[in-house]
Write a new protein. Structure first.
Length: 161
């Protein structure tokens, strides 16, 4: 029973309208380009994804949708408030709630939560978890433990892949 978890920070968002509520901020031009590019990189991993869970924020949903399109994911995205600035512990609670039948799951959210989660799952200090970055983890333990993860891949838009 191996589980694969990919965590991804939303792509770069637009700050042009300061009156726009945070949850409604869209991707900017750079983010709209980076999200599908990172999706293509994820597609090259050759994994079939069982579930995509995203923050309700527009920028996270837009990133998740672009990645879903790039990887050929045809199921409905799951929206979870636990991914909107609720902290790494809330995300672990979300992970613990994943059904065991779902072997490969993607989560889209925000910093500082994903940065903190990366460090918690990997046991490594990370200087920065930039926009549109992803980290791929594997664990042989049940989702309910939210533990035993090994970092298998880490990528971000400005990397030289």
């Amino acid at each position: 029973m191996k589980h694969t978890l990919l965590i991804m920070r939303h792509a770069k968002s637009c700050w042009d309208d300061p009156a726009l509520p945070d949850q409604e901020r869209p991707l900017n031009k750079r983010g709209a380009k980076a999200a599908p590019e990172m999706g293509r990189r994820i597609a090259k991993l050759g994994l079939r994804w069982d579930q995509i869970i995203t923050s309700p924020a527009f920028r996270a949903r837009a990133t998740a949708e672009a990645v879903a399109d790039a990887i050929g994911y045809e199921k409905e995205l799951i929206i979870s408030d636990a991914l909107y600035f609720e902290g790494a512990f809330a995300i672990c609670d979300l992970i613990r709630s994943i059904d065991e039948s779902q072997k490969r799951v993607m989560i889209f959210g925000h910093n500082p939560d994903l940065h903190d989660l990366f460090e918690r799952l990997s046991g490594q200090n990370l200087f920065k978890f930039p926009t549109a970055a992803y980290a791929l983890f594997e664990s042989k333990r049940p989702w309910a433990e939210c533990d035993g993860f090994k970092l298998r891949d880490y990528d971000y838009p400005k990397s030289q892949r």
